[in-house]
Design a protein around this ligand. Sequence first.
Ligand code: PAF
Length: 292
Amino acid sequence: MEVVRETAVLRRILGGWRRAGAKVALVPTMGALHEGHLALVRHGREIAGRLVVSIFVNPAQFAPGEDFERYPRDEAGDLTRLEALGVDLAYLPDIGAMYAADHATWVVVEGPARGLCAEARPHFFRGVATVVAKLFNRVQPDLAIFGEKDYQQLLVVRRMVRDLDMPVEIVGHPTVREPDGLAMSSRNAYLSPEERRVAPELHRVLRDTAEALADGRPAAPLLAAARARLLAAGFTAVDYLEMRDAESLEPLEAVGTCPARLLAAARLGATRLIDNLAVAPVAGCEPNPFSR
Ligand code: PAF
């Protein structure tokens, strides 16, 4: 596996692969790799001839006072895991080379980037869209793989790619869960043993609520009951628990004929967990041509 930190070296290697006709996939990560990331990497290995994994803890998607400094980092362990999975190139750009001191250009997505995670983290999607656009410009992948655990992020990246005519296919990959249902996340490492015991309730509440919503009942009382159940279980706050159209993320009052998604963010002490689930697919909906 090539371990590359400089963009000029990256471009030289990627140029050679492209001239040889290779299909290149990119898995963008912030490191501290867990099974959820590794599932994306394995999928990338299956669908592309050359596989690049980037590791970059992106300061632009953290607000002052958030966990940028203490975000888990394990470069040596990450590189060992990636090498074992047959990754061709690990790209670890330097912060100074990613954002010049006078960096002044940002990618701002509207539509699916409004509401949900953006309410509590208004800076977040601008930071994600900008760094993903920069990684796409540097790597120029044919495919890029993102986890459905960050469902709003996945839709924001898809919309950016569609709206800015970026020649890359965005591949979504299902959420990988612990045996008790907790969605895998680097931030799970912050949970105390007691918080870790409570955390899977987020998935259970989403699962039960998604089942209850699937018959078309009005969503508001079911969503209110779900929020109350999380607080009763020991969550300290529920940032949101909402049902949205699965493609546009427009709010829904009840399940209709198009796929719906239940999305939540809730806090356990200082840790904010997010998760989401599909609400049973319904017949009769035309697939959105931009969804893949
Ligand atoms: O999902 C993540 O780990 C990050 O938001 C991403 C996509 C790597 C951008 O920094």
